[in-house]
Write a protein that binds this ligand. Structure first.
Ligand code: CUA
Length: 158
């Protein structure tokens, strides 16, 4: 089949454009990784214990923010720090959590807090504790032999 020179040039141009387009789409889709939206901030899992706010796990009152308290957790196989915390009823709390080692879950039973903690990433969730009582934090990602022993408690008090 005879092909005109100009036709050939356009064909090559067209194929090149397609290749460039697919490369751009492919690279940008995987470049940032596929992470849940709650895990956009990063932290070095090896120095988590020295880094703010994870050097001070627990409940902290904050000023000038859209929430009243920050509740900081560090998960590791097979526990959460802190193991128990008291939260005043009605408090608007930003939960900030990460893990030192492997992937752990962070589900607060009876609330809509359900996060995945990934090493190197910070998971956050802002909520108002408007029900008094005891809430159990459980790990819902299999993380090893002690997986079922991982828990922590939030006590919402008046
Ligand atoms: Cu931690 Cu399962």
């Amino acid at each position: 089949m005879h092909m005109h020179k100009l036709e050939k040039i356009w064909l090559i141009f067209g194929i090149s454009c397609l290749v460039i387009f697919l490369t751009v789409v492919g690279v940008s889709a995987f470049y940032l990784g596929n992470k849940p939206p709650s895990c956009l901030t990063t932290v070095n899992p090896e120095t988590v214990g020295q880094e703010k706010p994870f050097n001070e796990p627990g409940l902290h009152k904050v000023d000038g923010k859209a929430w009243d308290y920050e509740l900081v957790y560090v998960a590791s196989a097979f526990s959460y720090t802190p193991a128990q915390v008291e939260v005043p009823l009605g408090a608007k709390v930003k939960v900030i959590a990460t893990t030192k080692d492997v992937i752990h879950g962070f589900e607060v039973a009876g609330t809509n807090i359900n996060m995945m903690l990934e090493p190197g990433y910070i998971s956050e969730y802002t909520t108002t504790f408007d029900k008094a009582g005891e809430f159990l934090i459980v790990c819902n990602e299999y993380c090893g032999a002690g997986h079922h022993l991982m828990f922590s408690k939030i006590e919402v008090v008046k």
